[in-house]
Ligand binder design. Structure first.
Ligand SMILES: *[C@@H]1O[C@H](CO)[C@@H](O)[C@H](O)[C@H]1NC(C)=O
Ligand SMILES: *[C@@H]1O[C@H](CO)[C@@H](O)[C@H](O)[C@H]1NC(C)=O
Ligand SMILES: *[C@@H]1O[C@H](CO)[C@@H](O)[C@H](O)[C@H]1NC(C)=O
Ligand SMILES: *[C@@H]1O[C@H](CO)[C@@H](O)[C@H](O)[C@H]1NC(C)=O
Ligand SMILES: *[C@@H]1O[C@H](CO)[C@@H](O)[C@H](O)[C@H]1NC(C)=O
Ligand SMILES: *[C@@H]1O[C@H](CO)[C@@H](O)[C@H](O)[C@H]1NC(C)=O
Ligand SMILES: *[C@@H]1O[C@H](CO)[C@@H](O)[C@H](O)[C@H]1NC(C)=O
Ligand SMILES: *[C@@H]1O[C@H](CO)[C@@H](O)[C@H](O)[C@H]1NC(C)=O
Length: 379
């Protein structure tokens, strides 16, 4: 019996091999993991601390508070997951407003594609949302920002943040709005290598009014690519929940960072996925940026006082799905990886997503310089 089945499977393996090889190309990915419906929030870690990462006027609440205050919940009629800023509390002067930041317990290695389908993304004066990923040891393991916007801006911003040596070279991408090509946290005040999506359907009111859409992030040895599809253009492989997807059928990505300018295996480690919404802080609250689309003072005129400015400050998420190169499962669970993968993100100012973190770095450098000088007896 054992011998027979062993012989049979060897035979089948032999016969199957040529056709499998011809069917599977490097751009095909098979289903690995889904966050959806009533279990959407089960496998994430809530930050449970005020925003000590990007200086936002926000408290990222615990899972318990998020559930009881309905800041993170699943709408039972649509099965959509909602992640939102508190829009029911009048906040007194000197306090911060409650919101949410969640990090996936699992990490996803090179050879992964993550897809999120959303119906609404947070926007409004003082609001700064992001859908992104990073390795636990930043900037060592890199950061991929798939979706990020602030205030009443209308375009999504995508970027990578890495250690020095990773740049965007000869991308094959549809966007011509390239803001910066050096991905190093140490260059250009850590703005990263930014590509802006030219479509007003990619953020804000324009996103919601076109029914939302799907963001696809391909994290491959050959490079990192991001696609955005407004709802009417979502590929059928995604809308039908196909168990295998082929990214070459998605057309040219809106943002692309090929390995020719950035050795992906060198600059990136397995990524944890993050949704967060902060308020003001280094990016949205930067007065020159704030003034581009909003009036008044970020904290005084929006965060505190009545909550009416936050009715649009929410993510409405259909699903998050992760795919892996066939024959492998690039999903790494904390239980299987042993230690740090499932821990809370971040140590130091190093875990920032925002582009204005450079100011904090510069300030830190000045302070360290002063300490150094005084330590050496010069001050
Ligand atoms: C991939 O591995 C993860 C973590 O061990 C597991 O949760 C998931 O079910 C696996 N997926 C498949 C398709 O085997
Ligand atoms: C994810 O991690 C959090 C703590 O960080 C834990 O409370 C939660 O149960 C974990 N989820 C799963 C499915 O293991
Ligand atoms: C990037 O460029 C676009 C188009 O010029 C602009 O709208 C956007 O504000 C720029 N982003 C940053 C962060 O400078
Ligand atoms: C999507 O497909 C995967 C398997 O390919 C399955 O596990 C999952 O439940 C499906 N999701 C929905 C919402 O049907
Ligand atoms: C850019 O990508 C598209 C879609 O994958 C592909 O058809 C095209 O040949 C690529 N162009 C170049 C110059 O590589
Ligand atoms: C932003 O606008 C306010 C109010 O008009 C003004 O006082 C401030 O100087 C502006 N800041 C910048 C950086 O433009
Ligand atoms: C908070 O925002 C949600 C979503 O936009 C809205 O349905 C709700 O009515 C708002 N709550 C209050 C108290 O305004
Ligand atoms: C932020 O707060 C958390 C929880 O207290 C702490 O573990 C972490 O070290 C803090 N990070 C920074 C940059 O202060």
């Amino acid at each position: 019996m054992l011998q027979t089945s062993g012989m049979l499977s060897s035979c089948l393996a032999f016969l199957a091999t040529p056709s499998v090889v011809s069917l599977v190309s490097a751009t095909q990915y098979s289903f690995s993991k889904e966050y959806y419906g009533s279990t959407f929030f089960d496998d994430w870690t809530f930050y449970n601390n005020y925003d000590n990462l990007t200086n936002g006027d926000a408290i990222f609440v615990s899972a318990q508070v998020a559930a009881s205050a309905q800041l993170a919940y699943v709408d039972t009629t649509t099965s959509h997951a909602i992640i939102k800023v508190d829009n029911t509390t009048t906040v007194p002067y000197n306090d911060k407003r409650n919101t949410v930041r969640i990090t996936s317990n699992d990490s996803f290695a090179v050879g992964s594609v993550w897809v999120t389908d959303m119906y609404h993304v947070p926007y409004g004066c003082s609001v700064w949302p992001a859908w992104w990923s990073q390795a636990p040891k930043w900037p060592e393991g890199g950061e991929i920002d798939t979706f990020e916007g602030v205030n009443l801006q209308t375009l999504n911003q995508m970027s990578l943040h890495t250690e020095p040596g990773c740049t965007q070279v000869s991308p094959n991408e549809t966007s011509t709005l390239v803001n910066s090509t050096d991905c190093s946290y140490d260059a250009n005040s850590n703005q990263g290598c930014i590509v802006t999506d030219p479509s007003t359907a990619s953020y804000g009111e324009g996103f919601a009014s076109s029914g939302g859409g799907a963001f696809v992030t391909e994290f491959a040895t050959s490079g990192i690519s991001i696609w955005f599809f407004p709802r009417s253009q979502i590929p059928s492989e995604l809308s039908s929940n196909a168990s295998t997807i082929d990214t070459t059928t998605f057309g040219t990505p809106v943002g692309n960072w090929p390995s020719t300018g950035c050795n992906i295996n060198q600059y990136f480690e397995p990524q944890q996925l993050i949704f967060d919404i902060t308020l003001c802080g280094d990016f949205a609250g930067n007065s020159a940026i704030f003034n581009e689309t909003c009036t008044g003072v970020c904290y005084n005129d929006y965060v505190i006082g009545p909550p009416s400015g936050y009715d649009n400050a929410y993510f409405e998420i259909g699903y998050v799905r992760v795919f892996s190169t066939p024959g492998s499962n690039t999903t790494i669970s904390p239980s299987t990886s042993g230690s740090a993968a499932g821990s809370s993100p971040t140590t130091g100012s190093a875990t920032s997503v925002e582009i204005r973190q450079g100011y904090v770095w510069a300030l830190t450098a000045v302070l360290l310089g002063v300490v150094g000088l005084s330590g050496s007896g010069l001050l």
